[in-house]
Design a protein around this ligand. Structure first.
Ligand SMILES: Cc1cc2nc3c(=O)[nH]c(=O)nc-3n(C[C@H](O)[C@H](O)[C@H](O)COP(=O)(O)OP(=O)(O)OC[C@H]3O[C@@H](n4cnc5c(N)ncnc54)[C@H](O)[C@@H]3O)c2cc1C
Length: 343
């Protein structure tokens, strides 16, 4: 008998006559469309789908996939309808947390800390890192956990947030905060349509502006050729067309981000959503001065949190230059539109 999930819904038509994971593999993964958002991993009832630092896979799917169709139903690249632009929003501003340190203005960290303090959520998953910058997903339950350590800050490689989500959603009582790249937020929205617990529990979704992400092993290998020992790195950043690694001795290794083109995963080359239009709040670097984050407030829940931060005086506010965000959003469309033409 098939899983309950698929008994109560109409399953998508199969383009090829194999189990559903075989269809996902052919149509999304092997075709180069997969963004590695890993939403499929969190829904698979037999825990067969794997993510990590390699393409999405289900070893032995011919035998072990129970053909329930859940993976294709939550995949944002199955029947892909690319989103783009600035999206709907209530306000766009620049801000800098007075309490936390982060990649830019630490506003992602501030928003989650404030949402915890408001008791809107009781936890959020963060992407922390190991000493050599491999991503490591951690659960943040108290603002204090964000005061030091490396949970804040950008790691330019895929992270297993989605594979952790099933457990996190199960444990959450009041609500759960979600932070991810635009494709991860699209995956979240798709699974929320399908699964009540995700809909009811994940009540705050923050998208990070994104041009591209990387497989850790490929980025590490590339950086090693540039002489970078990641264990000595304190920050990695992409800004004004340069990839910059800041080292603990104060030195910086800089090179044009264009040099990374050959290791940009194919799925990122099929994405035109720079700002994460499906989020409650999007946060990025471009559009505000150094040390500030650009914040796009899209929904009422997002506005409540920003109003709370204002009232408490937790952040310094300034104006964002929307035209710069628009320029980058259009640049991503221009760069990748060609790849979408044959969909
Ligand atoms: C892969 C990637 C590409 C990006 N590209 C751009 C870009 O082209 N232009 C731009 O303006 N901004 C980009 N950003 C966003 C930017 O780097 C900052 O994350 C953003 O400005 C928020 O800064 P902050 O100081 O407010 O965040 P902080 O308070 O430092 O918090 C950062 C948050 O990001 C989370 N995080 C870190 N790495 C990852 C990851 N790999 N996957 C999911 N979550 C992660 C952390 O858990 C933390 O919650 C990118 C981010 C990522 C992860």
């Amino acid at each position: 008998m098939k899983a309950t999930f698929s008994n109560v819904v109409e399953l998508p038509e199969k383009p090829i006559d194999v189990k559903y994971f075989g269809n996902l593999k052919e149509k999304v993964i092997d075709s180069g469309l997969c963004s590695h958002c890993a939403t499929c991993t969190t829904i698979c009832p037999v825990y067969g789908i794997t993510a990590g630092d390699k393409p999405i896979d289900f070893p032995n799917w011919e035998e072990e996939c129970i053909d329930c169709g859940s993976c294709v139903r939550v995949c944002p690249r199955w029947d892909y309808k690319p989103l783009s632009g600035l999206g709907d929003y209530i306000e766009i501003l620049a801000a800098k947390s007075k309490r936390y340190k982060g990649q830019d203005g630490a506003m992602v960290t501030e928003i989650i800390a404030s949402a915890l303090e408001m008791e809107l959520i009781d936890a959020s998953l963060f992407v922390d890192r190991t000493e050599d910058w491999q991503t490591k997903v951690v659960t943040i339950r108290k603002p204090k956990q964000l005061e030091k350590g490396t949970a804040s800050g950008t790691k330019y490689s895929f992270a297993d947030v989605m594979p952790e989500m099933r457990r996190a959603v199960f444990r959450a009582k009041k609500g759960l905060g979600f932070i991810g790249t635009p494709c991860m937020v699209s995956g979240l929205r798709k699974i929320q349509k399908e699964v009540a617990s995700f809909r009811e529990k994940v009540n705050l979704a923050i998208a990070l502006f994104c041009t591209e992400n990387f497989y850790y092993h490929q980025l590490k290998e590339f950086l090693e050729k540039k002489g970078v020992d990641l264990t000595k790195a304190v920050k990695t950043d992409i800004t004004k067309g340069k990839f910059i690694v800041s080292l603990e001795n104060g030195e910086e290794v800089k090179f044009p981000v264009k040099e990374l083109e050959e290791i940009v995963p194919s799925g990122c080359k099929h994405c035109i959503d720079f700002t994460g239009v499906e989020s409650d709040i999007s946060v990025g670097s471009v559009g505000s001065e150094d040390g500030f984050s650009t914040v796009i407030v899209r929904t009422e829940v997002g506005k409540r949190i920003i109003d709370f931060i204002r009232e408490k005086g937790y952040a310094e506010f300034s104006e964002a230059d929307v035209s710069v965000v628009e320029k980058l959003a259009n640049f991503k469309i221009k760069k990748n539109k060609k790849n979408l033409e044959n969909l």
